[in-house]
Design a protein around this ligand. Structure first.
Ligand code: HEC
Length: 114
């Protein structure tokens, strides 16, 4: 195989591999934002609280088409949700307007998938 062909294949693999794409996530910044926004009061990182853990959410959205858009919708539109203890609630809308911070948070949540 020609070197250029191999290079092109590596480029495609890098661009399409979620694990590698996730390495661009700033996990520390995302964790700080999740804490500041209060997400971690209801969602443990890897432990359920009144809501599923962020790791469980990441697992649910693994391989789902438009997962990023669905997660974004969830945290920006205030949908109705059910607590794990059966109560109903309107989901909190994220307070920051910083799009790249929100995208980083979503990328971090998705990176938690096992
Ligand atoms: C007051 C409690 C509370 C806070 C604060 C909260 N959530 Fe939630 N969240 C819930 C509940 C309850 C659900 C629905 C039940 C579940 O999925 O566990 C939910 C669902 C979700 C879902 C959809 C899960 C699915 O399975 O479709 C996402 C994504 C999510 N939350 C992310 C966040 C993020 C990010 C933050 C912080 C910006 C946040 N939540 C803050 C309680 C909360």
């Amino acid at each position: 195989m020609k070197t250029s062909t191999i290079r092109a294949m590596i480029a495609v693999a890098v661009l399409t591999c979620p694990q590698i794409a996730n390495s661009a996530v700033d996990a520390e910044a995302a964790r700080v934002l999740a804490k500041k926004e209060g997400c971690l009061k209801c969602h443990g990182i890897d432990r359920d609280k009144t809501a599923k853990s962020l790791t469980a959410i990441a697992g649910k959205f693994k391989g789902v088409a438009d997962a990023d858009a669905k997660l974004l919708w969830h945290i920006t539109t205030g949908p109705k949700v059910k607590d794990l203890d059966g109560g109903e609630d309107v989901h909190d809308i994220i307070k920051t307007n910083d799009k790249s911070a929100i995208n980083n948070l979503i990328g971090w949540i998705r990176s938690l998938a096992k």
